[in-house]
Design a protein around this ligand. Structure first.
Ligand SMILES: [Zn+2]
Length: 214
C-alpha cells in the first residue's frame, strides 16, 4: 500500500477507536478549543508535539517552522502568537528546539542555501553572539548541541521583546515562557529556561512602563 493511502486508512481507524473509547469526543471538539499552551517547534518530522507529550487534541495550539524560530518580521508566527495569547489566552508558550536540528546545522556551515539564507541568518546571529564560547568547543556534535540550546533560549527572549507578550503580561500576568529541548537520542524533553509572566525586561526592549526590569 502507498504511504498516502495508508494515511487515510490509519485516520479512519484512529477516529473509530476514539469514538469507541469516548463516544462524545468529536461532539465536544466541534464547538470550541481551549488550549492551555502554545507550542512553537521545529517542522522536523521526528518531533510531533502532541505525540511526544502524550496530549489530546485541543490541548496545544501549535506553530512549527524550520528550527523553531520567532522572528520579528515573520507575520505567520506573529499571527499565531497573537491569536494564541490574546484570543485563546494560553497560560504557557513553549519554544521547543531539538538536538540533531538540520536547520541549526545548516547555519553552522559555509554554504549558500538560497531562500533559506535569510531564515538561517537568525541562527548565524545567535552563533555570532556566543562565538567566544562556541569556538572553544572542539567537538562539532557538541558545538551543534550547544548552538541548539542558545538558539532555543534566544527565541524565548525574542518572544519577550514582542508587544504581544508584553501587553499580555501587563494586562493579565500570563503567559509564562519556556525554552525546552527535545533529545532525539532518548525521546525526553529537557528544560533550558523558564521565564515567569511579568519577568523584568531590559529597558531598551520595554514597551510598557508598568513592566519592570533592568
Ligand atoms: Zn529542527
Amino acid at each position: 500500500m502507498k504511504n498516502i493511502e495508508k494515511l487515510i486508512l490509519q485516520n479512519k481507524a484512529w477516529a473509530q477507536e476514539r469514538r469507541l473509547n469516548d463516544p462524545a469526543f468529536f461532539e465536544r471538539q466541534q464547538h470550541s478549543q481551549k488550549p492551555h499552551t502554545l507550542w512553537i517547534g521545529c517542522s522536523d518530522s521526528r518531533i510531533p508535539p502532541d505525540l511526544i507529550t502524550d496530549t489530546d487534541p485541543g490541548s496545544m495550539f501549535v506553530h512549527r517552522n524550520i528550527a523553531n524560530l520567532v522572528v520579528h518580521t515573520d507575520l505567520n508566527s506573529l499571527s499565531v502568537i497573537q491569536y494564541a495569547v490574546e484570543a485563546l489566552e494560553v497560560d504557557h508558550v513553549i519554544v521547543c528546539g531539538h538536538y540533531g536540528c538540520g536547520g541549526v546545522n545548516a547555519a553552522m556551515k559555509e554554504q549558500d542555501l538560497g531562500l533559506l539564507n535569510g531564515w538561517l541568518a537568525n541562527i548565524r546571529e545567535v552563533y555570532h553572539q556566543h562565538r567566544p564560547e562556541l569556538s572553544q568547543i572542539k567537538d562539532e556534535a557538541e558545538r551543534w548541541q550547544r548552538l541548539v540550546d542558545h538558539t532555543t533560549r534566544a527565541q524565548v527572549h525574542n518572544l519577550m521583546k514582542t508587544a504581544i507578550i508584553q501587553r499580555s503580561w501587563a494586562k493579565r500576568k500570563a503567559p509564562s515562557l519556556h525554552a525546552w529541548v527535545y533529545q532525539l537520542q532518548s525521546g525526553e524533553l529537557k528544560v533550558l529556561e523558564t521565564v515567569p509572566a511579568g519577568s523584568g525586561i531590559d529597558a531598551e526592549y520595554r514597551l510598557f512602563p508598568e513592566l519592570g526590569g533592568a
